[in-house]
Design a protein. Sequence first.
Length: 217
Amino acid sequence: MIHLRLVAPVERSDATIAYLEGTPSVINLVRLPGAAQKPSGDLILCDVAREDATRVLTELRSLRLHHEGTIAVEYVDTAISDAAREAERAAPGAVGDAVIWETVRARTFEEADLSFTFVAFMALATLIAAMGILTDSIVLIIGAMIVGPEFGPLAGISVATVERRWTLVRRSAQALAVGFPVGITAAFVLTLILDATGSRAGGYPELAPGDFVHFAP
């Protein structure tokens, strides 16, 4: 289940309540007239089966609540009630396959921006990966994959391309276009420093043209 906290302008509150009351996957519907102050309007609370959340949120957006009011989504870890079970049965699909696209979009937009933190973590991940290669350490390479923040912009490009949001595509591509060169440069500088100080003695040996390297499985 997910919990929705809505602020609906007075002129749209009745339509919102009517829609939620007529949706079998919605339970625990509460309306507090005039309770919201900023923005002003009625406060509406309800729980929705996750499988039907995307459809419900789409309908709420069609009522312009995201422009004239507020739509907040919270996850409910556990819902113990027969009404919750009935709502989940009424919703199409399976819980494990439920994807709330509004949440995906929100997280993607947040992680796709070019920032100092993104560039710093990109450089750090590349440095860790470089050390993993030089020391033949799988642990360091996996650690670099965990630290690397590139998944956000890559996901942003994918989601934005599907939805044809070209502004987000440009933002994500800009983050990658800056982050990867900075990371590559950091790894190159690290290699030069290690070469200059003789610290690569324990890493891979220098190879002559025509030499072969055997990588153990």
